[in-house]
Design a protein around this ligand. Structure first.
Ligand code: SF4
Length: 366
């Protein structure tokens, strides 16, 4: 069995670590690029959302590399995710790849279902081995996410732009190569220390912008033209709730135990949206309401034609909690210059807004 998977941010670090610990090989596509997108767009139904197209592009790439079994996320919520795998399998079949798509449901049997699938994929390896491999994979995901949170802060105030990104790229490589917990811990301490020592402009109080929206486009930088990095270059500190390690922790362990991290967010959204609309639409509205006082602005990432995010986009302007929101629709047509122009204009607006509110406060004090 030759197993491959599509990209979803840094999740490959955890899955690859599990596969290595279990003595299996995992075929990874190259980082998503123009060719991935072209493949996905060429063979997908036109109106489908960008995550479908990019993942299909990845699946074709791993099929070309020899994968005959592919891991694919699935679910039975309200949006299209539920039929991704079925359609992708059919498209691959029509292209001449008779592959198995193993679906990992985000709404199914949670941890037990996930581990059972891994056991099946690894030819019935022992439970202790599977659990130990899973724990190590999780440790890698947590490490990369902890470092990324620091990177988000440093990018905004570093004196030499690009330093935090360079360190982050090195950290990802080191995490990928780490083969025990001690090394992993050292990598974490070492890179956080290096990031803390990056020369910074300490007089600047960076704008705080929350990034919210659909899960895939939040986590896969290629799909959103690396919006976080571009905001960092403009001196903005980005805050994002969604991190892959947190998501795995909650959706596989804590949600089944009744601990739901989104309760507070749903409650905040309730005056405007009373139910789940699929994907992350409910959370998008809730995050706007919750963070209206805390952030200077919000960048809302939504795949073009994504129903849940269209619902959220239309509700957000009418909440009484006011904060500027820039919605960026992600599809194969977006181009970097257009996105950069919009981000620059948005940041100008936020700066002006902060300046006006600071001046008002000073006048009140006088
Ligand atoms: S949430 Fe939106 S983009 Fe994501 S799978 Fe569902 S419809 Fe597609």
């Amino acid at each position: 069995m030759h197993v491959g998977m599509p990209h979803l941010g840094n999740i490959y670090l955890g899955i690859k670590a599990m596969a290595n610990r279990l003595g299996d090989e995992l075929i990874l596509p190259p980082p998503s690029n123009r060719r991935t997108l072209s493949l996905g767009v060429k063979y997908s139904p036109e109106g489908l959302c960008l995550p479908f197209k990019l993942m299909l592009g990845n699946l074709i790439e791993v099929a070309e590399m020899g994968a005959d079994t592919m891991l694919m996320v699935s679910g039975f919520g309200i949006c299209r995710l539920g039929y991704y795998a079925k359609i992708q399998k059919q498209i691959l079949y029509d292209l001449g790849y008779d592959v198995e798509l193993v679906q990992f449901g985000v709404s199914g049997n949670k941890l037990i279902g996930f581990l059972q699938k891994i056991r099946w994929l690894t030819g019935g390896k022992s439970w202790p081995k599977i659990i130990s491999a899973f724990r190590f994979g999780m440790a890698k995901l947590s490490t990369v996410d902890r470092i990324e949170r620091v990177v988000q802060k440093v990018r905004a105030v570093e004196q030499v732009k690009g330093t935090a990104n360079r360190l982050f790229a090195q950290a990802i490589k080191a995490i990928d190569q780490a083969d025990d917990y001690d090394i992993l811990k050292r990598v974490q301490t070492d890179y956080i220390e290096q990031l803390n020592q990056v020369p910074k402009d300490n007089n600047v109080q960076p704008l705080i912008v929350g990034i919210t929206g659909e899960f895939y486009v939040l986590l896969e930088p290629f799909s959103n033209l690396d919006v976080e990095n571009e905001l960092g270059k403009l001196g903005v500190e980005v805050r994002r709730r969604t991190f892959i390690s947190e998501w795995v922790k909650y959706s596989l362990f804590l949600n089944p135990l009744g601990i739901d991290e989104t309760k507070k967010i749903h409650k905040a959204a309730l005056p405007y949206l009373k139910r789940d609309v699929g994907g992350d639409g409910w959370e998008t509205v809730g995050e706007k309401v919750l963070h209206a006082k805390e952030y200077d602005g919000i960048v809302h990432l939504a795949p073009f034609t994504c129903m849940p995010e269209i619902v959220a986009q239309n509700i957000m302007p009418s909440t009484k909690e006011k904060i500027p929101v820039l919605t960026i629709l992600c599809d194969e047509q977006i181009a970097k210059p257009g996105v950069l122009t919009r981000l620059e204009a948005f940041v100008d607006l936020l700066e002006r807004r902060r300046w006006v509110s600071n001046n008002k406060r000073q006048r009140v004090v006088v």
